[in-house]
Write a protein that binds this ligand. Sequence first.
Ligand SMILES: CC(C)(COP(=O)(O)OP(=O)(O)OC[C@H]1O[C@@H](n2cnc3c(N)ncnc32)[C@H](O)[C@@H]1OP(=O)(O)O)[C@@H](O)C(=O)NCCC(=O)NCCS
Length: 173
Amino acid sequence: MSLTYNLTGIFFRLFNRQLTMEKGARIDPRAFVARGGTVHIGENSIVRAGTMLLPSSGRIHIGKRTSLNQYVVINGEGGVKIGDDVMIAAFTSIFAANHRSDRVDVPMRQQGMYSKGGIVIEDDVWIGTHCAILDGVTIGHGSIIAAGAVVNRDVPPFSIVGGVPGKVIGTRT
Ligand SMILES: CC(C)(COP(=O)(O)OP(=O)(O)OC[C@H]1O[C@@H](n2cnc3c(N)ncnc32)[C@H](O)[C@@H]1OP(=O)(O)O)[C@@H](O)C(=O)NCCC(=O)NCCS
């Protein structure tokens, strides 16, 4: 298995010079890394099957010992920085940009994108399955994001956040 992961890493980097991987970082052959911006995967982190890393013109930075489980989608247009020891469960989406919608005389798909400054997920965060993390948000270290949450505001360290929109429903301290 690890030979397959190693060969996949070499293959991905051959075709994408803007992908960098530290020692022990692994990508499942059924994952996808788009070209455009830059993607960095830290030491001993893992990107599992079906996950899509889409930097657009931005940057996706993944720290050390972090796991992105199946079918996670990350759009890095405004920049996405994920820390160390982060766990992201299957089917979670992280979108660091929005479509412009200021004008009503032009279709939104022709108005381009904007970012409020990207997304930061600090160290030791656990994000449950089917969450949406929206642009401009910082998730403080040690936090838990409950399954199905839509996070559109900053999350204080060691919080437990759940719901739509995400609210603090508990604390770990
Ligand atoms: C957040 C979580 C860890 C809390 O687990 P727990 O400590 O056992 O919490 P409980 O089930 O006792 O619920 C505590 C409270 O949080 C609420 N809550 C739990 N999960 C919630 C969710 N996903 N969204 C909103 N509220 C939630 C409960 O309704 C309860 O509220 P109440 O006290 O008003 O009744 C868990 O519910 C969760 O979402 N886990 C993620 C699972 C997952 O995605 N696993 C993938 C593995 S990689």
